[in-house]
Structures are given as C-alpha cells and as structure tokens.
Write a protein that binds this ligand. Structure first.
Ligand SMILES: [Zn+2]
Ligand SMILES: [Zn+2]
Length: 311
C-alpha cells in the first residue's frame, strides 16, 4: 500500500508497504482524510525520534469490528489497559502508551492503519469528512477546558494564529470566555469576529494566556501578558529547547499548565453543532500520492491546515 514513512532523512512516500493485519484488539481503518499539523513537522525534525508511518489526524472507514463500514475518528493514544492512568481513562498518560504516528505506532498517512477499537468513535452524519479530520486538534483544544475549568467571562489571549490557535480560540470562546487571538496572519481570519473573537494585539493582562506558537518569543510574550495569579497554558510540542527566564512566573504567581491531547467526544460534539468551524482553516488539499508536496506546503509560513485525501 501507499504510506508516508519517516526513516532516516526526510519522510518519503513508499509504495510497497505491507497492508496491516488486525490483531489484539487492533482494527484496520481505511484512511479517508488526514490532516498535517505542527507535531508532524516537528517529528520530521527529530522530535520523539519517531520512525514509521506519519499521521495522527484522521477520519477513516473502519474495516473490522463493531464499526465496520462506519466513518470513524479515534483517540491517538494506545494505553496498556492495565495501569493506573488507563484505569482512570487517561490512556494519554499511560507510561507504556504508543501514539498513532508519533510513538511506536504507524499512523494514518497511508491507505490503511491499525488502531484499538476502543479508541474509535463513529462520526455523526452531519459532520463532513474534512471537518471530522480536525477532531484530533479540536480535542487538543478542548483539553484546556478539562484542565483549567470553567472559562465563562474570563479574559483569554491566544498567542499564535496558525493551525491550532484558531481552534483554541473557538473552543474557549464558545464556552463563554472573552477571547483575543493574536498572530501574524490574521487577515484571513476575519470570519472569527462573527464568533465574538477579537483579532488584535492589545497590550494588557489576561486571566488565561494560551501559547500556541512554540517559539521563544511566544513564551516570553505569554509570560508578560498573563495577569498576576493568572494561568499560562503551553500548547505546543517542539523539538528544540528554549532558555527562558522563569522569575516572572514566581513574582506574578502564575500557574503554568502543559496541555496536549484531549478526549474526542467533546470535539465531535463541537464539530457537529457548529461551535467550532474548521472549513475556513483548510489552506489546501492534496491526494495521498502527493503527500510529499503536502508536507512541504504545510511547513510554509501562513499555511494553516493541509489535508491529505487518501481515497
Ligand atoms: Zn496534530
Ligand atoms: Zn496504561
């Protein structure tokens, strides 16, 4: 089968990867649409030392098990099922977890891939394939709500208007936060104003600052923009290490929250009822045979979501 594989050097399209075989609770999913995110780009720069098929943002058709023939999305963390974290439904913190297309598990940028059946959710008929492909990053945005609690009437600054920032802004805004989004490419995001999201770079201090740039400057600015006793949410995983001055966090008693993957169900609900609109965030679509060009495009400045159509 066709698969986009990261080995030594830059990732490449392989044409003779064997089709996966279902086993041990893992079922086959035929990829319909897969998204490329910054984590994928970081993986190609050495983040996590991953080797294998890339891709963790997907909607597909289940080929085995109880969802056979249905459109599905799924949690990307494969827990051991035996540890304390797994018992609490937190496979995403299982110390032995594998992660689709990120840690020791082949991903969705292929014709087919394997995933635990327990991770799958059926996609409601009202959600298009392209929207469903955003379930994973929308879940990552929803994770913030689970971590910081109710955001109603709290002031929020989202720093970074790339692939994830506009999703975070919509998730927090639709839960009642007063959200400002700042970034370098706001001109294409005017439609967010209709959703009561301010697009600006206002000075001032915010109750919650979400850092989505992953850059050193972004971290430094996030610390400056957080009010005393406020919350700073760090939302990007980067291969590089930053040296930053932590003293302002102490002086201002800022709570720092690292935030990664979230549950899929709240994400699907928000995509289904329109609280999160993702279609204007699609920059370009490629077919799986052009996945190498898709990756090059996704790495360009100002490009938001690149989708890979696998059918
Ligand atoms: Zn991602
Ligand atoms: Zn576990």
């Amino acid at each position: 089968m066709l698969a986009f594989v990261l080995q030594e050097g830059p990732p490449s399209l392989v044409r003779n990867r064997p089709y996966p075989e279902p086993h041990h609770g893992l079922v086959r999913v035929r990829t319909l649409v897969a998204g490329i995110c910054n984590t994928d780009l970081e993986l190609t720069r050495g983040y996590m030392g991953f080797r294998g098929v890339l891709g963790h943002e997907f909607v597909g058709e289940a080929l085995d098990g109880k969802f056979t023939g249905k459109r599905v999305v799924g949690g990307i963390n494969f827990g051991c099922g035996r540890c304390e974290a797994c018992a609490q439904g937190l496979a995403r913190h299982c110390p032995e977890r594998r992660v689709l297309g990120i840690v020791a598990a082949d991903g969705a940028l292929a014709e087919e891939f394997l995933i635990p059946e327990a991770n799958l959710l059926e996609v409601p008929a009202t959600v298009s394939d392209e929207s469903a492909a955003f379930a994973e990053p929308v879940a990552a945005a929803c994770e913030i709500l689970e971590q910081v609690g109710a955001v109603k009437d709290r002031s929020v600054l989202v720093i970074g208007d790339g692939k994830l920032g506009p999703l975070v802004a919509q998730v927090l805004g639709s839960d009642g936060a007063s959200v400002t989004l700042e970034g370098r490419h706001l001109e294409q995001l005017g439609w967010l104003r209709e959703r009561d999201i301010r697009l600006a770079s206002e000075e001032g201090r915010y109750d919650i600052v979400v850092e989505v740039t992953g850059s050193r400057e972004g971290f430094a600015r996030a610390i400056r923009m957080c009010r005393p006793r406020g919350t700073l949410v760090l939302k990007t995983t980067v291969g590089r290490k930053h040296e930053i001055d932590l003293t302002p966090l102490v002086i201002n008693e800022i709570t720092v929250v690292g935030s990664r993957c979230g549950r899929m169900q709240p994400a699907l609900e928000r995509l289904a009822d329109g609280r999160v609109n993702v279609e204007p965030l699609i920059s370009v679509r490629f077919s799986l045979v052009d996945v190498e060009r898709a990756f090059e495009t996704a790495a360009q400045r100002g490009v938001r979501k690149v989708l890979v159509m696998a059918y």
